[in-house]
Design a protein around this ligand. Structure first.
Ligand SMILES: *[C@@H]1O[C@H](CO)[C@@H](O)[C@H](O)[C@H]1NC(C)=O
Ligand SMILES: *[C@@H]1O[C@H](CO)[C@@H](O)[C@H](O)[C@H]1NC(C)=O
Ligand SMILES: *[C@@H]1O[C@H](CO)[C@@H](O)[C@H](O)[C@H]1NC(C)=O
Length: 198
């Protein structure tokens, strides 16, 4: 009888502890922030516009902060609080667009934009979440090829024009020579005639 009661009490304690834990978890969850980074690795080419796409969700109003970390150091890009303020660092003015879901668009990326992008979403009650996106930026080899092709076409056109010009020169020289030949022929005839007259 006694042991059975003890068991029941222990069961009740375990139940209470579980309930308390569950309640604590339930209380904490609404304060938590979640962040989804669908594409944590982006390959881009120079001069491209890229979207650092994320989606955060939380109950209150969150503060979003983006930082860039590379071998040149850490730079703060932008910090904003939905409906409150937006603070874009001077280095990124006119280059950054922010979105409601926490994403940012970076215009006209260069080699220096490669590196790590860290997003921190801080919720009103102090909890925060982090996310990382790695950006690789490649130079466009195709542009060099384009230049070579343009140069080749230009040179071909120039040589074609030169060939035409030379052909024309040759032709006109031939015509000129023919004319002068005729002329000299006629003058000699005239001279001959003159000598005959004399
Ligand atoms: C980016 O390029 C690397 C190789 O340089 C490749 O392994 C990776 O899958 C690429 N990522 C994307 C998202 O295209
Ligand atoms: C965030 O919003 C932008 C703009 O509306 C959208 O292009 C992007 O796909 C969104 N990101 C996610 C992860 O939903
Ligand atoms: C905006 O950025 C400037 C310079 O980084 C800083 O002095 C200022 O306190 C920031 N404002 C807010 C509201 O974060």
């Amino acid at each position: 009888m006694r042991s059975l009661r003890g068991c029941r009490r222990r069961g009740a304690i375990v139940g209470t502890v579980t309930l308390c834990l569950a309640a604590g978890w339930a209380l904490q969850t609404p304060g938590g922030v979640s962040l989804i980074v669908p594409q944590p690795n982006i390959n881009a080419t120079v001069a491209q516009n890229i979207l650092l796409s994320v989606e955060y969700s939380c109950r209150g109003i969150a503060t979003v902060e983006w930082k860039h970390v590379s071998s040149w150091g850490t730079t703060k890009i932008v910090e904003w609080k939905s409906g409150n303020y937006i603070n874009i660092s001077s280095a990124y003015k006119d280059r950054v667009t922010t979105f409601e879901n926490g994403s940012i668009q970076l215009l006209n990326v260069g080699m220096r934009d490669a590196g790590y992008y860290f997003i921190t979403v801080t919720e009103e009650y102090g909890t925060n979440t982090y996310g990382t996106i790695i950006l690789n930026v490649y130079e466009i080899i195709y542009e060099d090829l384009h230049f070579v092709v343009v140069l080749f076409v230009f040179l071909a056109a120039v040589s074609a024009i030169l060939i035409c010009f030379m052909w024309l020169c040759n032709k006109s020289l031939y015509l000129f020579q023919k004319k002068t030949h005729k002329l000299t022929a006629s003058t000699t005839e005239e001279i001959e005639l003159e000598t005959i007259e004399c």
